[in-house]
Design a protein around this ligand. Structure first.
Ligand code: FE2
Length: 179
């Protein structure tokens, strides 16, 4: 089966991509990261006070994603999730904030509904991978869409264990250096 080639010009998340066990999920996630807005790779995780201090510096958003993946792996272990769920969770955590400050440019503030905007990135870039079943992509997108929980407007509720783990990993990691 031929897999679409994808050259990722940034390598900051290579180690975390390798944590995805299944090649199909790994390639899909790499393709999404390849079309992430440029600011994603250098922006702070927050322009205000919503993350720990080190995540509010340049590159803080990538630091936050790395920590979220780390917490996610830990939570997957605690909840003893299966291998498909694990791949979905790590993929969702790697891409959950690619639109945090806007679809293209950094707006200077966190965008409400930025999780849901990731679906738009997939549509705009035709990233529905024929090798990965649509229902699994939808599960990744659903978890990304609800990762903000009560901090989104309107309030979004994770629909299942996958969504809950992604939400917890995001929320815990945002304050991890202060715990
Ligand atoms: Fe996040």
């Amino acid at each position: 089966m031929e897999t679409r080639r994808c050259i990722l010009k940034h390598h900051e998340l290579d180690e975390e991509l390798q944590l995805i066990h299944d090649e199909l999920y790994r390639n899909f996630t790499r393709q999404v990261l390849a079309v992430a807005p440029d600011y994603f790779w250098k922006a702070p995780a927050s322009h205000r006070n919503h993350h720990s201090e080190d995540e509010r510096a340049v590159g803080g958003l990538i630091l936050h994603v790395k920590r979220a993946v780390g917490v996610g792996v830990f939570l997957c272990n605690i909840f003893a999730v299966g291998s498909i769920e694990y791949n979905i969770i790590i993929s969702a955590l790697l891409i959950h904030d690619i639109c945090k400050f806007g679809l293209h440019e950094d707006s200077g503030h966190s965008i409400k509904g930025h999780g849901e905007m990731v679906g738009q990135v997939l549509v705009d870039n035709k990233l529905f991978d024929p090798d990965l079943p649509d229902r699994n992509i939808v599960e990744i997108l659903n978890a990304v869409a609800t990762h903000m929980g009560r901090w989104d407007v309107p309030y979004v509720v994770p629909a299942d264990k996958i969504g809950l783990i992604v939400h917890l990993a995001d929320a815990i990691s945002a304050r991890s250096s202060e715990l």
